[in-house]
Every structure is written in C-alpha cells, then in structure tokens.
Write a protein that binds this ligand. Sequence first.
Ligand SMILES: [Zn+2]
Length: 143
Amino acid sequence: MQAPVRRLASLAGMAWALPCTLVGALLGLPVLLAGGGVRRCGLAVEVYLHEGTAPAGSRAARLPFAAITLGQVIVGVSTAELDRLRLHEHVHVRQYLWFGPLFFVAYPLAGLVAALRGRGAHAGNAFERHAVRLSGAGPRDAA
Ligand SMILES: [Zn+2]
C-alpha cells in the first residue's frame, strides 16, 4: 500500500475506533487522578497507576487483570505490566481499529460462544486467542 493510502487507512481506523478510545479515556481518567501517569506508545496511549511494579499487596496488585485495552487506550496497573503485556494489548488495539464500536458487541459475543463451547469466556474468546497467537502472551492476566 502506498504511504498516503496507508496513512488515510490508519486515520480512518482511528476515527472508526474513536468511540471505544473515548471509553478508554474515561477509564484512564480516574487512574490519572489517583496519581498515575500516561505515555504514548505506537498507536496507543498507555495509562498506568504505578511506575515500575505495583507494590505487593496494593489494591492494583490484587486486580484480576494487569492491563485492559479500550480503543487506543491501554490501562495498566504499572509500567512493568504494560511493558510485559505490550504485544498482547497492541493486538487488541489493532482489533479495535478493524472492528471499531462493533468490538464492544463482537468481543462479548465471542466470549459467550467460547463459554458455551466450554472453553472459558476469556481464554477461549477468539479475540484473545488471536492476541495470544500473535503476541505469545497468554490471556490469563491480560484483558
Ligand atoms: Zn487480551
């Protein structure tokens, strides 16, 4: 694909995913207000609560997930977890760019199908399996 066409396609994907990105920004806002930080990484903005690792026993360390992606916003408990899960979460960013707001329906439906097949709503979810396949990172502690 030629560079201008690729750039236009990228902008179209970002516009398509914008409603999801805004939801991600809403989720990231309280993290920032609680003293967290933000940084840009490729196509995403990463929001985190702790620099380095989350302190053992902290509320963030006890969350059932280490990072979650909504549109082009990745919210993680710490920079260490964002670094560890970056490839996996960036697959989800690309999924949002492809599916846009439909991802908010497609992802839960894929989880329902996986659960009905006895594979687990998260680990068996086709979007998670895709992210694991491309990143090599498991879904156990990534969302
Ligand atoms: Zn995932």
